[in-house]
Design a protein around this ligand. Structure first.
Ligand code: BGC
Length: 417
């Protein structure tokens, strides 16, 4: 494992400048010259951002020509799962913006969460002679055949955010530390309830993600492992008895599915006045459904701790309104930057390793991991970014001051792109 921290907390225009010039191991790392740290004051950070934007502007003209020459008319095929889950819209547009800014021709597909459609979309990208594939799979198990075709054509494949299983065609994996996402949710609950000191017992219910998504098990296990000892000692109780991943999973991460399941749980286990203390939800689309179920079907008057992941707009509004307690934010803008630099290296025929991080000048933490992600054909070398807990108290500093979101006049954040 190799870890490098460069500069955390580039703000506002600095981030935009960084995205425009890229963060690759090329000479255009002017965007990262500034030694701002996460605790930087807004004033200092704004100044840093301005300086950085100037540096970046100077560099951009020179570098644009080099970048375009490197791109050499190459094509990048990006296959995203669906527009119906908010984050993939952001991922798609960040990725498109990144690769286009370096002169690559980009084809971006969305497959409406339909597995067959995604296979067809990837077939078309291959037929269209793309030089690189970046894929966030709908079903990690369903791309073996189409990716065998990609391999035969010599097209490198980056498994984006979700690990693609059972194929040796995947060259690399770029994601966040998925187990840590769940662990942060579990630890948040532990701290909120002060489980090491409080007597309890407290009641908790789990809602996890899509079994077809390899990430979903990591999120659930991370959260469950953080809470298991309290469940084992009876300080945390799961009245529904649903503690296995398969029992709590949500097909397609669908909001309505999560809502219906939770209404049933409330009807069967809480209608007698039993208090629900925690709804541990793996992500925001499921948290949204669970929150709706609690609003419509929960008789208790306590405020239930509800976790999430992604920073979806509706969930951030719920956090502001006190209806959801936290979300684990993953800066997908940075995930796109890491994917760009990895993609460039692959297109140059290189075999990237930890030194990609070392040479990148990235303004965010990233770990090169060669032990955690086995896709059934062996370990897939992974670049893992670091997730952050967001609550009502740090929305401004983590999401708005960093430039990812803007705050409207009513105090609700909206994604910047
Ligand atoms: C992503 C999450 C997202 C979920 C549903 C997962 O693969 O890692 O960020 O919430 O898919 O879109």
């Amino acid at each position: 494992m190799f870890k490098k921290k460069l500069i955390a907390g580039l703000l506002g225009t600095a981030m935009v400048a960084s995205m425009l010039t890229g963060c690759g191991g090329t000479s255009d790392t002017g965007s990262n010259d500034t030694a701002a740290d996460t605790e930087a004051t807004t004033a200092a950070a704004t100044e840093a951002a301005d300086d950085t934007a100037d540096d970046a502007a100077d560099d951009t003209a020179d570098d644009a020509a080099d970048d375009t020459a490197d791109a050499g008319g190459k094509k990048v095929g990006i296959a995203m799962p669906t527009k119906s889950l908010e984050r993939w819209n952001r991922d798609g547009s960040y990725l498109e913006e990144q690769f286009s800014s370096k002169g690559y021709e980009v084809s971006l597909t969305y497959s409406d969460n339909k597995i067959d459609q995604q296979v067809k979309d990837i077939e078309s990208l291959i037929a269209d002679d793309v030089d690189l594939l970046v894929i966030a799979a709908i079903d990690g198990e369903s791309l073996t055949q189409v990716l065998a075709d990609a391999k035969e054509e010599g097209i490198p494949v980056i498994s984006y955010d979700r690990l693609i299983m059972n194929t040796d065609a995947v060259s690399y994996y770029v994601s966040f530390d998925n187990y840590t996402v769940g662990k942060l949710q579990g630890e948040f609950v532990r701290d909120q309830l002060d489980l090491d000191n409080a007597d309890g017992p407290f009641n908790i219910e789990f809602t996890a993600g899509d079994p077809a998504d390899n990430n979903a098990g990591f999120f659930f296990n991370g959260a469950y492992d953080a809470l298991k000892s309290y469940i084992d000692e009876g300080k945390l109780v799961v009245p529904s008895g649903q503690t296995e991943f398969d029992q709590v999973a949500t097909k397609s991460w669908d909001t309505a599915t999560a809502m219906t399941r939770f209404q049933n749980i409330l009807g069967s286990n809480y209608s007698d006045g039993t208090q629900l203390d925690v709804a541990l939800c793996s992500n925001d689309s499921t948290a949204l459904g669970v929150t709706q179920a609690i609003e419509s079907d929960y008789a208790g008057s306590n405020s239930v701790i509800i976790t999430g992941q992604d920073g979806d707009e509706a969930n951030l509004a719920n956090i502001v309104d006190g209806k959801q307690t936290m979300t684990v934010y993953k800066a997908v803008a940075n995930e796109a930057v890491a994917t760009l630099d990895l993609g460039i290296a692959l297109l140059k025929g290189e075999t990237p390793d930890a030194s990609l991080i070392d040479n990148s000048g990235w303004s965010f933490d990233c770990t090169y991991d060669t032990s955690s992600y086995d896709n059934g054909t062996g370990i897939i070398p992974s670049y893992l970014l670091v997730p952050t807990v967001v609550t009502k108290d740090n929305i401004q500093s983590e999401l708005v001051d960093t430039g990812y979101y803007t705050m409207d006049d009513d105090g609700y954040p909206h994604p910047t792109n």
